[in-house]
Design a protein around this ligand. Sequence first.
Ligand code: AMP
Length: 121
Amino acid sequence: MKYDDQNIFAKILRGEIPCKKIYEDKFVLSFHDVNPQKKIHVLVIPKGKYIHLDDFSENASSDEIVGLIKGINIVAKKLGISIDNGEGYRALANVGENGGQEVPHLHFHLFGGEKIGKMVS
Ligand code: AMP
């Protein structure tokens, strides 16, 4: 499967569609999910063109992989939901059709600000 340059997160990364930005650096962009499922629901995406976690794991550079993982921690701290903040959150990546992935650009959902509950419903 080829990366689709017209997916919504590619458009957000190019600045063609607005987002409620939380954080940005060389490797990641983070913004609020447009349809929040919990009190806090944000997305962290790599800037590189990766379809899903498998694509990222196989093809991203070590710097990009570290950058994404560190980015998640930075965003959690910024939102006050990290372990350092005495809270905690769920980081979740849907992968492919069976995983329920709708947007074909890798993204981690961060859910927090309240008890997140059952892992899978
Ligand atoms: P997934 O099912 O893991 O692919 O999740 C896609 C997520 O992207 C959903 O939670 C959507 O609400 C969210 N989403 C779709 N379009 C936008 C957008 N323009 N800005 C922010 N979040 C979006």
